[in-house]
Design a binder for this molecule. Structure first.
Ligand SMILES: C[S@@+](CC[C@H](N)C(=O)[O-])C[C@H]1O[C@@H](n2cnc3c(N)ncnc32)[C@H](O)[C@@H]1O
Length: 317
């Protein structure tokens, strides 16, 4: 796919109905020869809309008006390029804990959590957040993670987590304001509730920072898993990670996980982690962040469709 086509597709499938500002920008970039030429100097994996838009937000550039955005990027290209070459899209969404919670709460307690592709580790605190499943509140404090749940009873209690660790190619540090600023820049402009959630979750994590190890989810998982305390159920989990991992490495990861004790929870889209005979996802245009497009699974058994930021889940019948 050309860069122009990928921006047009991003506008239509990702940003439409979710971020008017990014939809406008993506459509404009798709038709902007000067901008496409600049993007063409980057490796293909670094030309993505999310990365460009987040870098401009990080640098304090305008993202509301396409003409102002164009002028900013052209004028500041050396700075934009440098950030795009070094940074990666590592959105860390604590809201995804809301779809993990029913599975975590049902496993033998206590739990030793190990997240593959943890970013800053915000999904390692499912026991510290509060949840609102319809009119049912679980836990207390901030952030409160809202999740519309269908087909399963919300958990009655929070899990008991005695150990938490994460693995990432590039772990982010919630105690470092520069890393938190990058996580903030990755949240789309209009999504103030997500921004507030990020701040609240980062404060929870910063109060007791997780063990985060720089490494590859397949190669370095066994060594980290070996550090989990005996007497706790080891739970390896991964959410919205495998789309960043080449297919042969996904298989290598699955093989490594199969060799570990405990359980594995996956929350990934079926194009990168397929299952036979999945039921149709309920309604809504596929691939929008408003759609139920990820599959929650325990030990390879698919359980539910989930929304990308944990806003909803529909349990299979
Ligand atoms: C989109 S973020 C998701 C973060 C977190 N799981 C969540 O749901 O909020 C994907 C993360 O996976 C990491 N990642 C990608 N490939 C990886 C690999 N081969 N090994 C370890 N981490 C990887 C990235 O660095 C990034 O931080």
């Amino acid at each position: 796919m050309t860069t122009a086509a990928s921006y047009a597709e991003f506008a239509a499938r990702e940003a439409h109905g979710v971020s008017p500002a990014y939809e406008r920008l993506a459509l404009a970039v798709a038709r902007d020869r000067e901008m496409l030429a600049l993007l063409g100097t980057l490796p293909p994996a670094k030309r993505q809309p999310n990365l460009l838009f987040a870098v401009v937000r990080l640098l304090g550039g305008p993202v509301e008006d396409p003409a102002a955005f164009h002028d900013y990027v052209v004028e500041h290209w050396p700075a934009v390029e440098a950030e795009m070459r070094t940074r990666a899209t590592q959105t860390n969404e604590a809201g995804r804990c809301a779809v993990l919670l029913p599975v975590l709460a049902a496993l033998p307690q206590p739990l030793a959590l190990l997240e593959a592709g943890a970013s800053a580790g915000l999904c390692l605190y499912p026991d510290r957040y509060a949840y609102r499943y319809g009119d049912r509140l679980v836990g207390s404090g901030e952030p409160v993670l809202d999740c519309a749940v269908t087909g399963v009873a919300p958990p009655a209690r929070l899990p008991d987590v005695v150990w938490r660790a994460g693995l990432d190619l590039n772990p982010l540090d919630v105690t470092d304001p520069a890393d938190v600023a990058w996580l903030d820049a990755l949240v789309w402009p209009e999504h103030e509730r997500r921004r507030a959630r990020l701040r609240a979750a980062a404060a929870v994590a910063a109060a007791e920072p997780p063990l985060l190890v720089r490494g590859d989810l397949a190669d370095d998982l066994p060594e980290l898993a070996a550090q989990a305390p005996a007497g706790a159920t080891l739970v390896v989990f991964h959410t919205s990670v495998l789309y960043q991992v080449p297919a042969p490495r996904r298989e290598a990861f699955a093989e490594v996980v199969r060799g570990l004790p405990g359980h594995c929870i996956a929350n990934e889209t079926p194009d990168v982690l397929p299952y036979p005979d999945l039921p149709e996802p309920p309604g809504v245009a596929l691939r929008s962040v408003l759609a139920l497009r990820s599959v929650l699974a325990l030990d390879g058994r698919p359980l539910a469709w989930t929304m990308p930021h944990g806003q909803a889940m529909t349990w299979f019948a």
